[in-house]
Design a protein around this ligand. Structure first.
Ligand SMILES: *Cc1c(COP(=O)(O)O)cnc(C)c1O
Length: 366
């Protein structure tokens, strides 16, 4: 069996978690701060606030930036549902802008048409491990005085024109689910250079407690979005090998790019010349009529693959029902969601496994 994704867990990761278990300080302990400091240093922001998921992190950013009822946030329909849901959590409205067919990322040439008096922010999603056109997004945001929240959950350590993703906007969020570049099981990290935003997020993740740390004094309507010290310790251990993990992802991506170039029905992913890609998944495009059959064929050979992102957010049952979206509303996102398939992809993937995937695909297309 070749799985779709596989976290890289070694002896050091296990030891790090074991040490916390033995320490007895499983939550609100010293590992969280250490993880935050290392992460802020990695990305190059002043502050980092660890939370229990990427979704929680996005929610807190929306709230900390004062976005709420009556506000609109411009974002991408070709993403994981959390990047739009986080706007709804606070009663604001996600306004979708179609994406660029080559990079899967928001089409910046279509953003300004969607800006209204109600628009408060742009929430670009750095899809699949590569950055949006952040130069253009920041130019538009500045011109119209909009906040920017980067959903960088899939793009840890990616760069745009040599600058790290997560350093462009007012705040950014990374995530550590087991298929991401580094994992804490579940987990997320908010990064920002804005002290007020960082402080608001710290309070909101911890039941709205103030910095006085009085356990039963709640200054805001908060949540329990805390990460545990067990997870933070795993995160620290994973961070120590992040360069290795990403170089292994790059190795597998390069192998796929070389080997699958021989199959004319397959369109390979492209990296924009401004970008340093960190490869969350390996997405290929095939004709829509073949996509699901190809996935079934691969599964018959014990190879896992997945239609991604299918359906696009606006065509999710909840969004159709709530907002009346229909097919045809976002043509490129829909086309991508009908033609994109992600293949098995993880740091430990061997050349032999890549060749097995290639052979099964060649058999399908004889
Ligand atoms: C992974 C991911 C998230 C966060 O997911 P969680 O499971 O809540 O950590 C958010 N947005 C995108 C685009 C993602 O891929």
């Amino acid at each position: 069996m070749i799985p779709l994704a596989k976290p890289h867990i070694d002896r050091k990761d296990i030891k790090a978690v074991e040490k916390v278990l033995k320490s007895g300080r499983l939550s609100l302990g010293p590992k969280i701060e250490e993880f935050e400091e290392l992460f802020a240093k990695l990305i190059g922001t002043k502050h980092a606030v660890a939370v229990n998921s990427g979704t929680s992190g996005l929610h807190l950013c929306i709230k900390a930036l004062g976005i709420g009822r009556g506000d609109e946030v411009i974002t991408s329909p070709f993403s994981f549902v959390a990047s739009a849901n986080c706007v709804l959590f606070e009663g604001a409205k996600p306004v979708f802008v179609d994406v660029d067919e080559k990079t899967f990322n928001i089409d910046t040439s279509k953003i300004e048409k969607k800006i209204t008096k109600k628009t408060k922010a742009i929430l670009p999603v750095q899809v699949f491990g590569q950055s949006c056109d952040m130069g253009e997004i920041m130019r538009i945001a500045k011109k119209h005085k909009l906040k920017v929240i980067e959903d960088a959950c899939e793009s840890i350590n990616a760069k745009y024109k040599g600058k790290k993703v997560g350093t462009f906007g007012d705040a950014a969020v990374f995530a550590f689910y087991p298929n991401k570049q580094i994992t804490t099981g579940e987990g997320g990290m908010i990064v920002t250079n804005n002290k007020q935003v960082a402080e608001a997020c710290r309070s909101l993740r911890n039941q709205g407690r103030g910095s006085s740390r009085q356990w039963l004094t709640h200054e805001h309507l908060g949540y329990n979005y805390r990460i545990t010290d067990l997870q933070a310790a795993l995160g620290i251990s994973q961070l120590k090998k992040i360069n290795y993990l990403i170089s292994e992802r790059r190795r597998v991506a390069d192998l796929y790019l070389k080997e699958l170039a021989e199959i004319p029905q397959v369109t390979l992913p492209v990296t924009d010349s401004h970008n340093t890609h960190t490869w969350f998944v390996f997405p290929i495009k095939v004709p829509a009529k073949d996509r699901d059959e190809l996935a079934v064929h691969l599964l018959s050979k014990a190879i896992h693959s997945k239609a991604y992102f299918f359906p696009a957010i606006h065509l999710q049952p909840f969004y159709r029902k709530e907002f009346g979206y229909k097919e045809g509303d976002f043509f490129v996102a829909e086309k991508l969601s009908k033609t994109t398939l992600i293949l098995p992809f993880f740091p430990e993937m061997t050349k032999k496994q890549v060749l097995t995937v290639k052979k099964s695909m060649m058999d399908f297309y004889h």
